[in-house]
Every structure is written in C-alpha cells, then in structure tokens.
Design a protein around this ligand. Structure first.
Ligand SMILES: *Cc1c(COP(=O)(O)O)cnc(C)c1O
Length: 639
C-alpha cells in the first residue's frame, strides 16, 4: 500500500547575515509519496525567493510517518470579531481569558510582551505564572502537523497562513495541559490575531496591534494540574497530527458588503466622527456665502486670498482662450503644454533649485515621490505628525517606515542609529498642518547630511506663508542649503491647484521616469498652470501680501492673549485645542451662528481626544474681524 504511506516534509530557508543565519521562510506538510514529489519544487521555489530576501541555505527534511502514530483531529470552528482599534482587540483577549478561567489581561500582558523577541512560542503556567520552555530564547515550536490532504490531487494551495494557523491552533488546544492559545502576528502589515481554546474554538480578532508594529508572539496557556510540562512539550514537538475539515477563508460565509460599510457609517455617527460637507456658493475669500448667508472664513488654506485676485483670473482666462480647458493626456503623452513647462521653470526659480515637477495635487506629489524613491530594504524616517499624504506615500513604498517623535531631532538621530540601512530618507512637514509649528530645519538637514539620508520637506503650509518674502522654510531660517526634496502644493497660499516637487535635475528626471502618479494620470489643465504661475508672480510682485499675513498672525495671537488664551504661532495655522470631539463641534457650530466659519478638526485627522479649532488666517482678514473672532472663540469655549 505504498500510496497510503505518509511523509513529513519540512523546509527551512535561511540567509547568512552578519555572521549568523537569518530565518527567511519555513513550511511543513504531511503528504503521500506522490504529493511529496509535486511539493518539492514549490518548496524550493518558495524558500529561495521570498519577500524577506533570497535564501542562501535551504534544508529539506523528509521523514516517513508511521500511520499508527497519527492523531486525527477535527478543526476548530472559526469565528471573527471585528474591532475598530487594537485596544478593543486586547479587551477581547481579556474576555477570552475570563472564559477559560485564566488570569486577566493585566497579568498576562507582560508575558505577551516577552514573546515579541522570541522565535517560538511561550509555554506559560497560568497558575504559578512561570515560563516552562527549556530554552527561553527559542521558545517552543509545535511541529508534525498538517491539514488532511488525502482527498486532494494537487497541492496548489500551497501556503495559506490562515489555514496553517487553524491547524496549529487545533493541535495546540488538544495538547495535554494546554487550556488556550493567544497569537499575534509579527508581520507589520497583518494586524489580525486570534485566541483559541477547545470550548471557544478559533476566534479571529481583526486588530491586535498598531499598524506597522512588528510586536507579535504566541503564548500557550498551560494548567499544571492537568499534565506535566514534559508531556505537553513532547506532544507539541513530536505528536503527528492531521486536522480534518479546515474551513478555508474563501468558503467562509460572506458578509453583505454594503452592510459592512453601513455599519462603519453608524459607528462614526455614534462617536461624533461622521462627516458632512458644507457647500460654499461664492469664491473662496475672507468672506464666503453659505446657504445664502455671508460668513467670515477663518478655515481656508488660501492664506494669501489669491483665488479671485484679478490678475489670477485674467491670466487663467487668457490661457483658457488659447488652450481650451482639458489637457487631453498625461504629461508624457499629449498632456504637456508650454504652460506646464513655464510653471515648472518658475517653481524651480522660486525655490532656488535646478528643476521642478508638477503633480495633479500635493497629495499625489507625496504619494508618487516617496513611493518612487523608496524601495525594499530602505528606511523612511517620518515625523509622527506628518500629513496623511506622506504617511500614505510611505505605505505605498516597499521601504520600512520608522516614526520619530514630533520635531524631536534627538529622537530622529536615535532612530537612525537604531535602524541601519544603506538607503534612506527623512521626511517632515515644514509647517505642521494641524499644529502650525515649524520644523527644526537646520538640525534636520545637519542630521540628514551626517548620515547620508535624503531630506524631504513638505512645504504645503510654508510656501507663501513663512520667510520674509514668502519663499518658505529655507528663507525662514535664512539657510544657504536646501533639503534634497522640497515638496509643496499650488492649492494653498498660491491659490491655484496642483502639487510640486523641486530639487536637483537628477531628482526631477528620475521622478518623470518613475513616479506612477505623474506618469499614469491626465495632467492638469493648461489654464490651471497659468493660474499657478500668476499666483507665484503675485507673491513676488506684491510682498506686502505676505507681510500682511504675518502681521495678522501676530495681531490675532495678541487678541487671544488679551482674552486669556496664551497661544502663539509663527504660521497662518493657529490651533486651539479643545479635546473632546463633541465639544469642538459645538464650539465650531456656535461660532458659525455668530457669523464665523472656523473648522473643528477631529480624529482621524488628529489624535482622539485632541479635537481642536483650527484657525487659518488670511492676508485679507481685518483687525476688527480678528479681534471679534478671538472674543467669540473664548466665549464659545466657556459656555
Ligand atoms: C494639503 C496638504 C497636502 C496635500 O496637498 P493638496 O494639493 O491639497 O493635495 C500635502 N501635505 C500637507 C502638509 C498638506 O497640508
């Protein structure tokens, strides 16, 4: 009966790295002889070429399994618990621990943290709270298990982490003495984990850690009244187990997709986080019309109030008459006009760099630039308060992201030393969009140069706002060096639309050739390019505008001080922290009733419990408006 014979096949791939073998991938199966032949090729393929790197050592071990030694088990039943945050996920672990009569999460959590640095699982005596693994570094590895593959002819569905986890959990909870298992993945992109026990089954919890965290581990919860540690370890490491009826993810019952979305909307409403939009029926300016009523607008990013400047309108109309409206293609095909070239030259001159490239928005500029430059093996160091478009750019790149404390250059340097890499970038907002503070650029550049890291600064709220003549953060600090990558938007102070990157010729040529957000999107209309050009010209030709904006900032902060609010800002963004989301909304509503449009900013734009009014000033606000606003803000916050 040769075809009935079973084999255990195990593969382990590793790579030599600074003198020691780094684990790359591993797999194990229990198969018939015929299946073993089919399987070997894909095992080798998988071991040699893995996301984690190319292996230089591969070990395949094949052992005959005695049929009589096999323990057949029925797979645990799977349930899924959806949670919004990892903290809610941890509460689910606490609940589970109660159900299996184990100590609470407070007691178990320190042990979970110890698993982060372990290779295998922890075997924890829940009565005595002592660890039972013979080797505390290695931990324990459960092996000799697979799902039942007797019915399958081919083994195409070869590596399925989800099914493997069910097989493992099924073996573990059937082990003598073990009352449950907790598992959190160490893959930074995989937040789902599970708890399992014989009674509870396999319970998936959708978030058990913060995004990007590599803190994962596995604990086997052991009751020493029920078995000896030796019995448990022997079972985990030697008992051959085949698990039947494993539910695969794609045969799980599918949810109604729209119901899933509706549930999220409901949850947002319950938490005062649901958003609606106001419709403005006038040009953007220091005064706008909303539902037929006029309001003083102190929430706009159009800091210099250029959107309806006569020169902007004239130049835009001129371009419309010449070029029409749409651009008809991407920049690299038919969508590049002389207006686009002119604007890029202008930006490069304005920023004192060799060249510049225009993207359709600032959001796309960050996404496309960071993801085009940063590659696998690289590290991006990113300020914790960076704009969402920077965060998304980091996510889209294949590099690792390391977040450092807000504007804390000592922490940045520490993180750089802790995370060696041969290619890296440091990226920061120049003016932070929700706090209005300014990056410590001199130190930022010094550190980037010292460690040969690319420096990238996002000037969305700096261009046209800071620096004596509105040229941005380099002028603000009066430096004679610029960051390698100066990114910004044309849609805030400049009053038009689009995003840009300014830098060396090499950088800009590279982005033209590789930035997907540039290559695969229809370019902005030539008329908008003309508007952007006009906006920059106005900043250059009317320096008093920038001065008036800067003067308004000083004046408004003084007004707040007179009302008893000690808030200072050097930028057009003045945050007034309120904390509670509902209260911030109420204050903003009260101000609206008094004729002032000032936005409340809430999670997820800022942290939970950090809701705020975000006052954004314009060059054209009058002193009377600013004084009245300061008084109304303080009054609305009081009552
Ligand atoms: C607004 C903003 C962007 C995005 O620019 P858009 O042109 O609006 O897409 C990028 N970074 C920061 C810091 C911003 O505030």
């Amino acid at each position: 009966m040769a075809d009935k014979e079973l084999f255990s096949i195990k593969m382990r791939a590793s790579k030599e790295e600074s003198g020691s073998a780094k684990h790359i991938s591993g797999a194990e199966k229990i198969l018939s002889e015929k299946q073993v032949y089919q399987c070997v090729d894909s095992l080798i393929e998988r071991g040699l070429h893995h996301d984690k790197g190319e292996a230089d050592f591969l070990n395949i071990k094949l052992e005959k399994v005695n049929e009589d030694d096999v323990l057949y088990l029925d797979a645990l039943q799977v349930t899924t618990i959806e949670v919004d945050t990892y903290k809610e996920g941890l509460l689910e672990i606490d609940k589970f621990l109660k159900e299996i009569n184990a100590p609470s999460l407070d007691t178990i959590m320190p042990f979970i943290e110890q698993t982060y640095s372990m290779r295998g699982a922890m075997l924890l005596d829940v009565k005595k709270l002592i660890r039972l693994e013979p080797d505390l570094q290695r931990g324990i590895r459960a092996t000799y298990m697979d799902q039942d593959r007797s019915g399958s002819k081919s083994i195409s569905n070869f590596k399925n982490h989800y099914e493997e986890a069910i097989v493992l959990a099924t073996k573990v909870v059937n082990c003598p003495g073990i009352i449950g298992e907790i598992c959190i993945s160490d893959d930074p992109n995989y937040l789902t984990g599970y708890v399992a026990s014989k009674d509870v089954g396999y319970r998936r919890i959708t978030k058990l850690k913060e995004a990007g965290s590599e803190n994962g581990g596995r604990i086997f919860l052991f009751d020493s009244d029920k078995a000896t540690p030796a019995e448990a370890i022997d079972f985990l490491q030697k008992q051959v187990v085949i698990v039947k009826n494993v539910t695969s993810l794609d045969t799980m019952e599918r949810k109604n997709p729209m119901e899933v979305l509706a549930k999220t909307n409901e949850r947002l409403k319950e938490n005062n986080l649901f958003r609606t939009m106001k419709s403005i029926s006038s040009a953007q300016g220091s005064h706008v019309i909303l539902d037929g009523k006029e309001y003083v607008l102190m929430a706009s990013n159009s800091y210099l109030d250029l959107t309806k400047h006569p020169y902007m309108i004239e130049k835009t109309l001129e371009a419309i008459n010449k070029y029409g409206v749409g651009s008809g293609g991407s920049r690299l095909t038919t969508g590049n006009t002389s207006m686009h070239d002119l604007l890029e030259d202008k930006i490069a001159k304005f920023k004192d760099t060799e060249a510049a490239i225009v993207f359709n928005t600032g959001y796309v500029a960050n996404l496309a630039t960071i993801s085009a430059i940063m590659r696998e093996g690289g590290v991006v160091f990113s300020d914790e308060l960076n704009h969402a478009s920077i965060i998304d750019g980091c996510r889209l790149s294949k590099a690792r992201t390391v977040v450092y404390k807000h504007n804390d250059m000592a922490d940045l340097e520490r993180k750089i030393l802790e995370n060696p890499c041969d290619f890296g970038m440091v990226v920061s907002d120049a003016v932070f969009s929700m706090d209005g503070d300014i990056l410590n650029l001199p130190e930022f550049i010094r550190i980037c140069q010292k460690y040969k890291l690319l420096s990238m600064v996002d000037e969305a709220h700096a261009t046209g706002v800071i620096g004596k003549t509105g040229h941005g953060i380099v002028e603000h600090y009066e430096l004679n060096v610029t960051p390698d990558i100066l990114m910004g938007t044309l849609s805030k102070a400049i009053g038009g639309e689009g995003g840009y990157v300014a830098g060396s010729k090499t950088l800009i040529e590279y982005l033209r050739n590789t930035a997907r957000g540039f290559i695969f999107s229809t370019s902005l209309s030539p008329a908008i390019m003309a508007a952007n050009l006009a906006g920059i010209e106005i900043i250059e030709n009317e320096p008093s505008r920038v001065q008036r904006l800067q003067e308004n900032v000083l004046y408004f902060c003084n007004c707040l001080k007179e009302e008893g609010l000690d808030i200072s800002s050097k930028t057009a963004i003045i945050p007034i922290i309120i904390g509670d989301e509902k209260k911030a909304m109420d204050v903003s509503q009260k101000l609206l009733e008094n004729g002032f449009f000032i936005s409340a900013i809430r999670y997820p734009t800022v942290a939970k419990g950090q809701a705020r009014l975000r006052v954004a000033l314009m060059a054209t606000h009058t002193h009377e408006e600013l004084k009245l606003a300061a008084r109304l803000i303080v009054e609305s916050m009081r009552g």
